[in-house]
Design a binder for this molecule. Structure first.
Ligand code: FE
Ligand code: FE
Ligand code: ZN
Length: 294
């Protein structure tokens, strides 16, 4: 099983900090933003941290092939508004990912903000074809919940984008369990969901899975993640997804919410990964997380 979570990447020790955080959760992969997700300010990469991070990864059997970078979610390729900026930022981001030694970037397809999905898909394709040249990096389009005017809310829309991209070896998909549930897919019958994905897109394009429970019922289009087993998808359904044989080599990344008390908030991942490894639901997760980190 290749499992990990979102981890931080900050100026103090950059990738080295991310790898240490990953190891502290008992994970064997991780995902990070190269800066704050809600802005595009980025610091220069310091190679000494990258080198130390890679030797630590090697010692701990963390394969760089399974490591995922998430593009900032404010990049919107769907609407012409910020086209020039979005394209140049994404090109730089891809260079940063190459420099760090990774090759997978998850990207939200974007929001059409009134122009409609089909025009939006044209725009996304146009941008991706500017960005995906002369690089080993793959962009993984994330399946979206359908909040607001999001594009990529079903496998057909994702497929349309992929069809327009010239360098097919540079494009893949990231399936988010909370998002597809919120978009209306019944993940309690995950074999059927995968069969549909395979028929429309092809399973070979599935390169990352975000494992999240959802705060809302199926089809709610809300996109609010919940801790594993505490939401409307439920523990058994998530376990079935994680252990599905057809996707056993696909990296699985938790993006569940931090546990809060009156003072602070704490990462749940060490305990959620434990639940997943033991296939046993922990109905005392919040307490255990707080007691451990406080
Ligand atoms: Fe995402
Ligand atoms: Fe996600
Ligand atoms: Zn989400």
């Amino acid at each position: 099983m290749i499992i990990g979570s979102h981890v931080s990447f900050n100026k103090n020790n950059q990738l080295l900090g991310s790898v240490k955080e990953c190891i502290s959760y008992g994970a064997n992969t991780f995902m990070f933003y190269t800066g704050a997700p809600q802005n595009t300010r980025r610091i220069p990469i310091e190679s000494k941290y990258t080198e130390e991070a890679f030797s630590l990864m090697k010692e701990n059997n963390i394969d760089p092939v399974n490591v995922i970078v998430h593009a900032p979610y404010i990049v919107n390729l769907a609407n012409e508004n910020n086209f020039t900026f979005s394209i140049s930022f994404l090109k730089d981001e891809i260079k940063r990912v190459e420099e760090l030694g990774f090759d997978k970037v998850v990207l939200h397809p974007g929001s059409h903000v009134g122009i409609g999905s089909s025009k939006a898909i044209e725009n996304i394709v146009y941008c991706l074809n500017q960005v995906l040249v002369d690089t080993p990096v793959k962009i993984l389009l994330e399946t979206m919940a359908g909040k607001g005017t999001e594009v990529g809310v079903n496998f057909n829309e994702i497929k349309e984008i992929i069809d327009g991209v010239s360098n097919k070896q540079n494009i893949g998909v990231c399936l988010d369990t909370c998002h597809i549930h919120d978009a209306g897919y019944d993940v309690s019958d995950f074999d059927s969901v995968l069969a549909e994905f395979d028929k429309i897109i092809g399973l070979d394009k599935l390169l990352c899975i975000h494992i999240n429970d959802s705060k809302n019922p199926i089809g709610a289009h809300k996109d609010r993640h919940e801790n594993i087993g505490y939401g409307h998808i439920g523990f058994d359904n998530l376990i079935n997804i994680i252990y599905n044989d057809k996707i056993k080599d696909v990296p699985k990344i938790l993006e569940t919410p931090y546990v809060k008390d009156d003072v602070d908030s704490y990462p749940p991942y060490k305990f959620e990964i434990e639940m997943i490894k033991n296939k046993k639901f922990d109905d005392n997760l919040y307490r255990n997380v707080i007691d451990f980190y406080k």
